[in-house]
Write a protein that binds this ligand. Structure first.
Ligand SMILES: [Zn+2]
Length: 194
């Protein structure tokens, strides 16, 4: 795999202030998490300060627990609270209770390339399903039912900006069953949403 600028960056022994500040903000959002063991590989995957995210916010759970970096966890928690929950309420009249994730930290290249995926830095979250308070489930899929399609389209559109990359059904064959959201560092803070 081709290394990334983040691949072999020195990991400080002490947690940097921005990581501490992120954890404080995440706590305020009602997220539940624990610090997890650093991840790294000779291929260049690197996650020096992972968290095991057990709950996104006071009202929204995540399953299974996700190993992820704090910035991506915070973006996901804010997205769940400020975008997904109100969209669920507006579309289905139900509260958002759970997000089912398909991957967070995974040491692998982007499919079909040698470039490391944002997952290799714990900087991405794949969402496969949303569960609402009366039991409604919305699966990310190529041809969802009408109401679900409307919900998914709104959520996906609003993800672009808070997240720097947004992919899903129709982007390519690898994203037929989940929304891929990441915080890829790009020049000028640009986005890639497809
Ligand atoms: Zn992904």
């Amino acid at each position: 795999m081709l290394p990334d600028i983040r691949s072999h960056a020195e990991s400080p022994e002490v947690m940097p202030p921005e990581e501490m500040a992120c954890r404080a903000r995440l706590k305020t959002l009602g997220a539940e998490f624990e610090d997890a063991a650093p991840q790294a590989s000779k291929d260049g995957c690197a996650l020096p300060f992972p968290i095991k995210l057990e709950r996104l916010s006071k009202t929204v759970d995540i399953e299974p627990d996700a190993t992820i970096n704090c910035a991506a966890a915070e973006a996901s928690a804010r997205f769940a609270e400020s975008v997904v929950a109100p969209t669920a309420k507006a579309t289905f009249g139900e509260e958002l209770t759970m997000i089912s994730q398909a991957s967070a930290y995974v040491c692998r290249p982007r499919n079909g390339t040698r470039k490391l995926s944002e997952h290799a830095f714990g900087n991405a979250l794949d969402i496969a399903r949303f569960t609402l308070s009366k039991g409604t489930t919305i699966d990310v899929e190529p041809a969802p039912p009408e109401k679900a399609a409307k919900f998914l389209a709104a959520v996906r559109k609003a993800a672009c900006g808070p997240f720097k990359t947004v992919l899903g059904p129709g982007s390519d064959a690898d994203h037929d069953r989940h929304l891929h959201l990441d915080l890829a560092p790009r020049r000028n803070g640009g986005t890639f949403c497809q």
